[in-house]
Design a protein around this ligand. Structure first.
Ligand SMILES: Cc1ncc(COP(=O)(O)O)c(C=O)c1O
Length: 357
């Protein structure tokens, strides 16, 4: 029986909380009252067989694509699963960046794909290197999977590099899935979605991590119309139809998305200042620094990371996301954008735990 669960998601739901919780990945919550949506307009049922048309259109407009290219899904999580389940058959080869968000690997394996990693190394600043893709690709490759921004490091990949990866994919008849759930955390000159780079690109994203709207579960896939149609058909086996009240609220969110994104930006930016100060003074860890994103991936220079994280939690009441969930024990991820006081104290406690090693 192939693996049909995610150790990371179970851990995140049951064990990640702590007084100083740096195991987060997105910004804090955006409250309903600030959306300004009149409750008397909310409705339970409506016409949404293949998604609520105004929401599909809002997603298309925001990304500059045709509405036929849009498929909606419950968060990026379901978007990724739906994309995998539609595009992959058992035994298909999938190239996956390493380190990456564990759920991508788990979801691809759950549909029977053979996952083959290619490296994004700390020495190269976790850069996505087309040469690594070229080394790993074979005529059997069906899909290449990357995150942009990169989870866990928050490193941005340029469209030029993604285009090179797209060329490699096309040369063997494969596609590239780019999970862009963190891309809008580049607050200035936000890059355009890679959905425009060519027909082999499939993009997933949502209003969760950067907007604080996780509860709406507003996710989507951008793909060529024939593939998008196949995904809607696949979805008939899964969710069948979306949650209508969630779609109404999501349309309201799209009408003021820039304002919503700004809400937590000062917290993300204040946290990054603290992060950089921490990295300047702390010799026990190393990390690739970025100017954007809500996460940072740290390498413990000495000692056993699992033991360190257990002590950090038990003695210092601080949690971080263990590197094993990204395929790299010896590392851990910290999250920004929720509460600067908590983040600063959490970093201080990581420092104290390192000093006590
Ligand atoms: C790369 C990546 N994709 C998808 C998700 C899930 O996002 P959503 O909450 O939209 O389902 C996460 C959550 O941590 C993530 O890190």
């Amino acid at each position: 029986m192939r693996q049909k669960h995610s150790d990371y998601m179970h851990w995140a739901k049951t064990e990640s909380r702590a007084r100083y919780n740096l195991a987060t990945s997105g910004v804090g919550p955006f409250p309903m009252r600030e959306l300004g949506y009149p409750l008397e307009r909310l409705e339970i049922n409506g016409g949404n067989s293949y998604g609520y048309p105004p929401l599909n259109q809002a997603i298309a407009d925001r990304h500059g694509v045709d509405v036929d290219c849009v498929v909606t899904a419950a968060g990026t999580s379901m978007a990724n699963y739906l994309a995998f389940a539609t595009m992959l058959d058992a035994g298909d080869e999938v190239l996956m960046e390493h380190p990456t968000y564990g759920l991508l690997t788990d979801a691809a394996r759950s549909v029977g794909a053979e996952v083959k990693p290619f490296a994004r190394t700390e020495e190269s600043g976790y850069a996505l290197d087309p040469a690594e893709v070229r080394r790993a690709i074979t005529p059997r490759t069906k899909l290449i999977v990357v995150t942009n921004l990169h989870n866990p490091s928050s490193v941005l990949t340029s469209n030029a590099v993604l285009r090179e990866v797209g060329d490699l994919a096309r040369s063997v008849g494969a596609r590239v899935l780019v999970d862009e759930v963190y891309l809008d955390a580049v607050y200035e000159e936000t890059p355009r979605t890679s959905a425009h780079l060519g027909p082999e690109f499939v993009v997933t994203s949502s209003l969760t991590k950067v907007y604080g709207l996780s509860g709406l579960r507003c996710g989507w896939i951008l793909a060529q119309p024939d593939l998008a149609r196949a995904m809607w058909q696949m979805n008939n086996l899964l969710a069948a139809t979306p949650v209508y009240p969630g779609e109404l609220l999501s349309v309201a969110a799209f009408q003021q998305l820039d304002r919503i994104r700004e809400k937590w930006r000062p917290v993300v930016e204040a946290d990054r200042v603290l992060l950089n100060e921490f990295l300047d003074r702390e010799t026990g860890v190393s990390a690739v620094r970025t100017g954007f994103g809500t996460t940072s991936f740290m390498r413990l220079r000495q000692g056993d990371a699992e033991e360190f994280l257990a002590r950090l939690r038990a003695e210092f009441e601080t949690s971080v996301a263990p590197g094993r969930f990204f395929g790299m024990s010896g590392h851990f991820r910290v999250g920004m954008g929720v509460n600067t006081e908590m983040f600063g104290e959490g970093l201080r406690r990581i420092g104290a735990c390192l000093a006590k090693a």
